[in-house]
Design a protein around this ligand. Structure first.
Ligand code: CU
Length: 260
């Protein structure tokens, strides 16, 4: 059930995928439990108060439609307020619980001295451009180290796009002139489990033109030491050729191909 994109660096680090899966599971479990109780209780009452020909309780002062139960010690009002009370407790607990987790998703885990890695992500018809802190840019493939908090700053060069990866459970609007922050992190265990290189598909989630469905990219997570080595070789204006060798294509002409 829980996605294995789990973080190891510090026990308070949790991947967004893990948080969202937990929220989903808790709501599913509680919804199933409450639903089962409500349906079972309803069916039980249907059976209990079925018309069996017995008219002995006809004089009972039952509430009529539109009449508020006043709770004059009657058993019906007691049940009503009990059910209101329980529902309120469940709903308020869920709100507090989910809001707390979402605040964590917003802020992300705290990083120590060596800091996080900030990547500028720019959408353009029809692909993604990544700019690293040293000015190096990549197209199509974002290469980042494991066990690090990766901060992305998402924007667009032309129209509205939306940068997202379903597997990492991240998604941010890419709007010209605006910068939307998000973060993700992948553990080295996960990278190892995927054979030394963890890959995640990136897609555009905002209909942006005829090439929209082809507007895909990839996030590649490699061990930290390998990444440091790779990153040291990059620099200003050194758009790497590793993209072609990695088989990731960024083809602006794909758009005309689709629209033709
Ligand atoms: Cu798009």
């Amino acid at each position: 059930m829980i996605d294995p994109v789990i973080l190891q660096q510090g026990s308070d680090w949790r991947a967004q995928a893990e948080v969202f899966d937990e929220i989903f599971f808790v709501f599913l479990a509680l919804g199933t439990l409450v639903g089962t109780i409500v349906v079972a209780y309803t069916l039980w009452n249907v059976y209990k108060y079925r018309d069996d020909g017995d008219r002995s309780d006809e004089k009972f002062d039952a509430p009529t439609v539109g009449e508020l139960p006043t709770g004059q010690g009657g058993p019906k009002a007691k049940k009503l307020f009990l059910s209101f009370g329980l529902s309120a407790i469940v709903v308020i607990s869920l709100v507090v619980y989910a809001y707390g987790l979402l605040l964590y998703v917003e802020d992300g885990p705290s990083v120590q001295d060596d800091g996080d890695i900030e990547i500028l992500v720019e959408g353009q018809q029809y692909g993604w451009v990544y700019e690293y802190p040293n000015g190096h840019t990549e197209r199509g493939e974002l290469i980042v180290p494991a066990d690090q908090r990766i901060d992305i700053n998402v924007t667009s060069q032309d129209v509205w796009h939306n940068f997202g990866s379903s597997e990492l459970r991240i998604k941010s609007d890419a709007i010209p002139g605006e910068y939307n922050e998000n973060w993700f992190s992948v553990s080295s265990e996960e990278v190892e489990a995927q054979g030394g290189e963890a890959t995640y598909t990136v897609e555009c989630f905002e209909l942006c033109g005829p090439g929209h469905s082809a507007m895909k990219g990839q996030i590649t997570v490699i061990p930290e030491d390998e990444w440091e080595e790779w990153y040291a070789d990059t620099g200003e204006d050194s758009e790497s050729e590793s993209i072609e060798s990695a088989g990731v294509t960024f083809d602006a002409s794909a758009a005309s191909g689709v629209s033709a």
